[in-house]
Design a protein around this ligand. Structure first.
Ligand code: NDP
Length: 295
């Protein structure tokens, strides 16, 4: 018996289509949502992400503003740009591509973004709002995972959820979202004792670790729903491949449903960035938020 493969690529296309519809409705009212993406330095992976974000932003009918700054940019120069974007009414969302080159302080830059325009949801105020059940901008990757889980399982209330990983961008906000949906949540990390046993208690298992295929098939409770956030590049059979944090070939035999890598969580992240930008634009203009695109 094999698991249902959760098609994140198809789901993300649906989210993008709903975003495009919402954008068209705003444009008809004379409002074009705008997303500013700031890239500092030459990190090759970041350059690819920023290019993809620009393409998909424009495809959704939004304005894409890209700011490519040299690695020598100072903290003060970056903060001055953020201040300008905060004040610009044509900019509804601001994203600073991480990681920033040393010695720039990501925390200071993120916390300088107007929380209403913080479409990555990393500002401390948005993290606090999410943790206290107030309306927040929700980090894109965990928001995408939650959408996939709700679509797969319906109501999540009462399920045992285990999140492996406690980063501020994935693990912690994921745990908050699952808690808000009334799961019983365990957050595991590198110091967790007997991680396989902890994972075996999960009806919903979210892996956000960054270690290729670490989660073995026999760590998964039969029938569990597995969301694999990991994106790891490995060499196998002389080729570079992308694999997740879960041993997919083994897990697919045990799980009830599982996201593949690639084609699972990855495409949901940019789709949710676009959704957050649309949400931010609606909020900025006091308009009703699009349904099903935020929590
Ligand atoms: P971080 O490196 O910030 O966090 C990794 C977490 O995993 C930490 O909490 C760490 O624990 C924990 N961890 C590390 N080793 C182990 C171990 N052996 N056992 C248990 N826990 C462990 O990573 P991110 O959260 O940023 O990203 C996680 C993965 O998700 C990466 O592969 C990344 O590429 C991917 N990712 C994918 C995205 C997408 O769009 N699909 C978006 C963002 C990330 P501790 O805190 O104790 O060190």
């Amino acid at each position: 018996m094999g698991a249902t493969i959760i098609d994140g690529k198809a789901f993300a296309a649906g989210v993008r289509a709903r975003v495009a519809q919402g954008v068209a409705e705003l444009v008809a009212r004379g409002i074009r949502p705008g997303l500013a993406v700031v890239l500092v330095g030459e990190d090759p992976a970041s350059q690819v992400y920023v290019r993809n974000k620009g393409v998909q932003t424009r495809e959704a009918g939004m304005e894409s503003l890209e700011y490519r700054l040299p690695a020598s940019t100072t903290q003060a120069e970056l903060l001055a740009l953020i201040a300008r974007l905060n004040a610009d009414p044509a900019v509804h969302g601001i994203l600073v591509q991480l990681p920033l080159p040393a010695p720039l302080s990501a925390d200071e830059v993120i916390n300088a973004i107007d929380p209403a325009k913080d479409v990555d949801g990393f500002h401390v105020l948005n993290a606090g709002r999410l943790a206290t059940g107030q309306k927040a901008m929700v980090p894109c990757t965990p928001l995408g995972c939650l959408m996939l889980l709700r679509a797969q399982l319906g109501r999540l209330a009462g399920l045992n959820a285990v999140v492996v990983g406690r980063s501020n961008i994935v693990g912690k906000p994921m745990a908050q979202l699952l808690l808000a949906d009334s799961c019983t949540v365990t957050v595991a990390h590198s110091r967790t004792r007997d991680l396989p046993a902890v994972c075996r208690g999960a009806d919903v298992l979210v892996a956000a670790v960054g270690r290729p295929e670490m989660i073995a098939g026999d760590w998964i409770r039969p029938g569990a729903t597995v969301i694999d956030v990991g994106i790891n590049r490995i060499e196998r059979d002389g080729r570079t491949r992308l694999v997740g944090d879960v041993d997919f070939a083994a897990a697919v035999q045990v799980a009830g449903a599982i996201t593949p890598v690639p084609g699972g969580v990855g495409p949901m992240t940019i789709a949710c960035l676009l959704a957050n930008t649309l949400t931010a634009a609606c909020r900025a203009h006091g308009l009703a938020e699009p349904e099903g695109l935020t929590v």
